[in-house]
Design a binder for this molecule. Structure first.
Ligand SMILES: NC(=O)C1=CN([C@@H]2O[C@H](COP(=O)(O)OP(=O)(O)OC[C@H]3O[C@@H](n4cnc5c(N)ncnc54)[C@H](OP(=O)(O)O)[C@@H]3O)[C@@H](O)[C@H]2O)[C@@H](O)CC1
Ligand SMILES: Nc1ncnc2c1ncn2[C@@H]1O[C@H](COP(=O)(O)OP(=O)(O)O)[C@@H](O)[C@H]1O
Ligand SMILES: [K+]
Length: 508
């Protein structure tokens, strides 16, 4: 699913009105009716106090429509107009008049902190103060109102966006409504997925309001949310008359004394995702460990007992090399990375300590084969690209880095973002059970295994991230997040792929 900018959504709004020959008021009525239906379905006539906070733009207009419909349905509704400006939109003004005339419900005008109502923890708050029109810092009293709403602990539903949040940037230190639910129009917003802002959106539900399909199809997305259908379309099934040579050979290079588990995890994951052959390239102390834990893998040892050291690998030109899992940053290991970077012409996967080596010796960056995949977690990313002011700047820096070195970057996190030169792909699968040692090693094995099977690098990254996270979710469906260990993810990779092709009614 495409993610659009606020500017694009404003434009889509206008184009929809022109093409469908409807007024802005009619589109607002349509959109807000859908919000009302969602809320009404959930509240189901509950005897609770609903407080609707409306701004004076079109987001406020939506709030007024929803309020009118709730009053008509018999709910207890108090409407507050957050009067932060005199520049009221037509949609606001018209619906303000209709609310008063049709329902005799007179909104309370809020102009300063003195006017704030008491909000109780069992109230139901609808936040329609700002939507995608917010473009500058809020005046102080409106900030205080947002803080007050948050402190109330009332259940909060935001219309389109939690107020205070911008779709495409962040205003430092500005409070944002902590919504339990965000009912957002037509397309998700980028801010819903970034670590700094995502928690404020709560559960996001996308409300189809019939925005012009051609606009949505033809305009470039700011980012793409990967769903099951899309992931399924990326999968390359095996055909009958094939042999292991058709499924590639991946060299997993890493490990050091005390961290050999990284290599068993990543090697096994590569096999589990279907690669034809795996060779683990490790220090000598890991030989028995690897051969015992992953008997399906071949092992080559480097000329050192406890850490990597320089050697020449006999690689075929289509072989894939994944470097860094559990490698440590010993100088000798860096020599091996340098040799490989000079030797390998196919895209590589570089993870963990491999990334730390690239950060330390930035001249190595120039040697990375084109289309390689780098899989940093946030700390490794910071070492690579430097610090950032906020998540939008981080994405911008990652995109520049990806362009400069012609690599795909997988920024790991609760929502993992895969950034390649053409786009940002967002994965929302996965769960906090995966915040456990070794789950990143499994991901490296998965992506390297896909690369070796001939998946295009960006697709290997996007599909690999999706399946890895989906496997984590299937593990947790059978247990609790706390109990997940990294090798469980590997064990469920097959089920994760199978789930993409199951009919909805047979799904777990
Ligand atoms: N997408 C769609 O198709 C549909 C969208 N719809 C709805 O429209 C909403 C967008 O409405 P909107 O454009 O009127 O903006 P909104 O968020 O209400 O803000 C109001 C105005 O406040 C201003 N302003 C900004 N920052 C400020 C500040 N700090 N302090 C003070 N003022 C500030 C700024 O105006 P400015 O002063 O910059 O000219 C801004 O225009 C959208 O979220 C959705 O709910 C649906 O109804 C139908 C289909
Ligand atoms: N809260 C979470 N929700 C979803 N996925 C998560 C969460 N925490 C971690 N993960 C996933 O687990 C993996 C952790 O990788 P990493 O930090 O490199 O772990 P390690 O170095 O221990 O192997 C990443 O793929 C990340 O996206
Ligand atoms: K809002």
């Amino acid at each position: 699913m495409k993610i659009f900018s606020a500017e694009q959504l404003h434009e889509a709004d206008k184009i929809t009105q022109e093409k469908q020959k409807i007024t802005s008021l009619e589109l607002m009525e349509r959109a807000s009716s859908r919000i009302f239906e969602e809320i009404n379905n959930r509240l189901n006539g509950a005897e609770i106090k609903i407080k609707v906070f409306c701004g004076i733009g079109n987001n406020g207009g939506d709030g007024l429509v929803v309020a009118r419909k709730l009053v008509r349905e018999g709910y207890h509704v108090d409407v507050y107009v957050v009067n932060y400006s005199d520049k009221r939109s037509e949609g606001f003004l018209e619906n303000y008049r209709t609310l008063k005339e049709d329902t005799k419900n007179w909104p309370v005008l809020l102009k300063s902190e003195d006017d704030f109502p008491e909000i109780k923890s069992n109230d139901f708050v609808i936040d329609a103060i700002f939507g995608i029109g917010l473009n500058r810092p809020l005046v102080e009293w409106v900030q205080k109102l947002i803080v007050r709403i948050n402190e109330s602990k009332a259940f909060k539903v935001a219309i389109d966006m939690p107020s205070g949040m911008l779709a495409d940037e962040i205003i430092a230190d500005q409070p944002i409504v902590e919504a339990n639910y965000t009912l957002t129009f037509q397309a998700p917003k980028l801010a819903f997925f970034l670590p700094e802002t995502a928690p404020f959106a709560g559960n996001v539900q996308i409300i189809d309001i019939g925005i012009d399909g051609q606009y949505l199809a033809e305009n470039p997305a700011k980012a793409i949310l990967i769903g099951e259908e899309q992931a399924a379309s990326l999968y390359q099934p095996r055909s009958k008359f094939t042999h292991k040579g058709n499924y590639g050979h991946t060299y997993m290079v890493g490990g050091s004394y005390g961290m050999m588990g990284s290599m068993t995890l990543s090697s096994k994951a590569a096999l589990r995702i279907g690669v034809g052959k795996v060779t683990a390239v490790i220090p000598q102390c890991g030989y028995d460990i690897l051969q015992t834990s992953v008997p399906e893998a071949m092992v080559e040892v480097v000329p050192h007992d406890i850490h990597l050291a320089d050697m020449k690998l006999e690689l075929k030109k289509e072989d894939i090399v994944a470097f860094g899992m559990g490698a440590g940053t010993n100088e000798k290991s860096i020599e091996l990375l340098t040799t490989l970077l000079n030797q390998v012409k196919t895209p590589m996967l570089i993870d963990a300590d491999g990334l730390n080596m690239l950060s330390k010796y930035s001249e190595l960056l120039e040697l990375i084969p084109e289309k390689s995949i780098l899989t940093p977690h946030p700390k490794e990313l910071e070492r690579l690209i430097g610090s950032w002011k906020n998540d939008f700047e981080k994405l911008d820096k990652v995109q520049k880095f990806s362009d400069k070195y012609k690599v795909t970057m997988v920024i790991k996190g609760a929502y993992t973002m895969t950034v390649s030169s053409d786009n940002i792909y967002i994965n929302t699968n996965g769960n906090p059970g995966m915040a456990t040692a070794g789950s990143g090693d499994v991901l490296s094995g998965v992506i390297a295994g896909l690369l070796a099977q001939g998946y295009d690098p960006a697709i290997a990254a996007v599909f690999g991230v999706f399946i890895h996270a989906k496997a984590g979710d299937l593990v947790v469906a059978d247990t609790v997040p706390d109990a997940l260990i990294a090798s469980d993810i590997t064990a469920y990779l097959g089920k994760a792929i199978r789930s993409l092709f199951e009919k909805p009614e047979t799904k777990a």
